[in-house]
Design a protein around this ligand. Sequence first.
Ligand SMILES: Nc1nc2c(ncn2[C@@H]2O[C@H](COP(=O)(O)OP(=O)(O)OP(=O)(O)O)[C@@H](O)[C@H]2O)c(=O)[nH]1
Length: 321
Amino acid sequence: MTATEPNIEELHLQLGLLQMLDVGLVVLDKDYNIYLWNTFMENHSGRLHSRLYKKNLFECFSELPATWFRRKIESVFTLKNRSFITWEQRPYLFHFKSYRPITGNAPHMYQNVTLIPLSSPDGKVNHVGILIYDVTDAAMGRRALEKANGQLEKLSRTDALTGLFNRGFWESQMLHEFNRFARTQSPSTLIMVDIDHFKRINDTYGHPAGDEVIRQLSACLQEATRNTDIVGRYGGEEFALLLVDTKASQANILVNRLRDAVDSLAIPHLDESITFTLSMGMVEISNLFQTYEQWIQLADQALYQSKQNGRNRVTVLSMDE
Ligand SMILES: Nc1nc2c(ncn2[C@@H]2O[C@H](COP(=O)(O)OP(=O)(O)OP(=O)(O)O)[C@@H](O)[C@H]2O)c(=O)[nH]1
C-alpha cells in the first residue's frame, strides 16, 4: 500500500459505528470496485462483503442504472462535493425488499442516497462513499397522504347521492366556461332540470324511494350528455346541465333524448312503479351576460315558466332577442 492510498482497514474501523447503524454503506474506488459493503448491505442484498470485495459494482449488480449512476459518481470525483438522490427523484438505487413491519405492503425499500467524496491523506479523492437510507415508512406515508388527498378532492367535488358534481364544483366549472366564452366566443347552453311534483313522490312512496328516483334520473342525465358536458346536482331535485360547444338549437336533440329516457323509466316500488316528468329551462350563453350568475338566473326563470305553464315541458329563453 502506498502513502497516498487510504488505509481501508483504518477507514473500516472509523466507520465501525456506521456498521452498527441501520444505514447502508458502500465504498467504491474510481473503477467502481467495491471496497466496503457493510452489514446493512449484506443483510438486504444477501451478498457478503468478502465475496464482493474488490469486485466491480456494475458486474455484481447488473440491474443498477449504470449510465446514470456512473455520471453521478463521476461528478462527485470531479467536483469533490457530496451529492444527494432522494426517493422522489428515484425510488431506490438497490432493489431491496422492504421488511418494515408498519409498511409491510411496500413494493420495495424506498431509499435516499448520499454520495460522499472520500479524501486520502494527500487530499486526492480516490474513493466514494455511498450511504443508503431506508425511507420506506416516510415514502409510504407520503404516498398514502397523496392518495387520501386525491380521494378527498374527489369527494369535495362530488354529490354523495348521485355521484354528479355538487353545486360548488359545478359553479366553479360554470365560471370557467363563462370566461372561456369571453375568449373563444364558442357557444354553450345551460339547462336547468327539475323533477315535477317530487314532494308527492316522497310523500307517496317514502324518502328512500325519492332518493332512488334522483339516482336513476342522474344516470339518465349522464347517459344523455357527452363526457365534456358538465352535469351537476344543483339542489334537492334540481339539476344543471352545461352543454359545452353546443347552441340551444343543438341542445334540443339532447332534451328530446332525455325526455324519451325519462318517459320510459318506471322505477319499481313494492307492487307499483314510479314514473315522473321533468320541467326544464334552457338558455344559450350571450355576451350580454355580465356574470355567470345572470345566465343561471335566466335559466331558472325559464324553468319557472315551464312549471307555471303546466310542467313536463322545456322553455327556452334568450338574452339576445
Ligand atoms: N328523497 C329526497 N327528497 C329530496 C331530496 N332533496 C330534496 N328533496 C325533496 O324534494 C321536494 C321538493 O319539493 P318542492 O320544492 O315543493 O317541489 P315539487 O314537489 O317537485 O314541485 P314542483 O317542483 O313545483 O313540480 C321536497 O319535498 C324535498 O324534501 C333528496 O335528496 N332526496
